[in-house]
Design a protein around this ligand. Structure first.
Ligand SMILES: [Mn+2]
Length: 341
């Protein structure tokens, strides 16, 4: 369990004692449930004492828009001028759920050139974000869990049901509803969230049973027509190009969770999703147990991440060409993958 140290604690207490101080929270580009959950929890916490804003580098997924007050999340792409005005008055910028400057997307330079104090709260390995303070720990389920510890250390009396629900969204989504990355402390925290009367069933229903017909049909298409099984390598690859996504009226977040599905097949320990987005081929990697799939993402596909969940991209190839390259690489690394099993 990573806690803010005394320096961070007294800095934050000082900010909170001055109502006119401005706090700006920044989730990562293409924010997910943890990025928005952690950011909203911090928003609810800080807005009780300060002026507070959440500025996202790109739009939030639809399945999170039910969250209380989530309409305050500003999409930089849609509100450049007002976001820049808010940044110009920032006293504290909190970098949430990412640890590298380029994950702030188009906000990277605005943040780099900003004189506000910067605090990073994140659970990804190898932090490189230049900040004044960092709470960085990979041994937690999610950034939301770190936000719980942060608030619990500074002012445990300040938890509200909105803070608790937002933290729960982050933990639930980053663990795939408590299937992976769960630590003993995760459940201790969840027990405290339940004691705060969060509605777990309603949160689950709103997050996971909130898909469009298009998304359901795209999933069916991907699993039926675009899933390659490499039995000898215990690997499944899903691959979707731009035209296919357009055919199913793809919206951001629609392919969320696809990559985990093939792991339900007996004998499949590695699952990879390849898809074309914003003119670039993006990849998601998942593995089970001791298979460190992030090594492949990092070494060959300009990416990285957690041992069992990583991302990558391929700037120069099409989806089909990436598929060929990936199969070749997996074959070359068969021994490595095998040893790790
Ligand atoms: Mn996360």
């Amino acid at each position: 369990m990573k806690l803010p140290d005394n320096k961070i604690k007294s800095f934050v207490e000082n900010i909170q004692s001055q109502r006119e101080k401005n706090v700006v929270i920044v989730p990562h580009v293409n924010p997910d449930g943890d990025a928005i959950g952690a950011s909203m929890a911090l928003y609810h916490y800080f807005s009780a004492t300060n002026k507070c804003s959440v500025i996202a580098p790109s739009s939030s997924p639809e399945f999170l828009k039910w969250m209380p007050q989530s309409e305050i999340v500003l999409d930089y792409q849609e509100n450049k001028e007002s976001c820049e005005a808010i940044f110009s008055k920032a006293d504290l910028i909190i970098i949430a759920d990412h640890n590298a400057a380029n994950r702030s997307g188009d906000l990277e330079l605005l943040i780099a050139n900003n004189s506000a104090i910067k605090l990073m709260i994140d659970h990804h390995p190898e932090p490189s974000y230049p900040v004044d303070y960092q709470i960085s720990c990979t041994k937690v389920s999610s950034t939301a869990e770190l936000v719980f510890n942060f608030i619990n250390t500074i002012n445990p009396q300040s938890f509200t049901i909105d803070i608790a629900s937002a933290i729960y969204v982050g933990i639930m989504t980053d663990t795939g509803n408590f299937m992976h990355n769960v630590q003993p402390d995760t459940f201790k925290i969840v027990s405290q969230l339940i004691a705060l009367n969060i509605d777990r069933e309603q949160i689950y229903d709103k997050v996971f049973n909130n898909y469009s017909v298009d998304r359901m049909r795209l999933m069916g298409y991907a699993l039926s027509k675009k899933m390659m099984i490499l039995k000898d390598l215990g690997t499944a690859i899903l691959y979707l190009d731009k035209n296919e996504l357009e055919e199913f009226n793809y919206k951001i977040g629609d392919t969320e969770g696809f990559v985990n599905m093939p792991l339900a097949i007996k004998g499949i320990n590695i699952s990879i999703l390849i898809m074309e987005r914003d003119g670039v081929v993006k990849m998601s990697f998942r593995s089970k147990g001791a298979v460190a799939i992030n090594t492949i993402a990092k070494k060959y596909f300009n990416g990285g991440g957690h041992m069992n969940a990583a991302g990558g991209m391929e700037p120069d190839l099409s989806v089909d060409q990436t598929l060929v390259k990936l199969i070749e690489i997996l074959k070359q690394n068969a021994n490595l993958l095998d040893e790790l099993k």
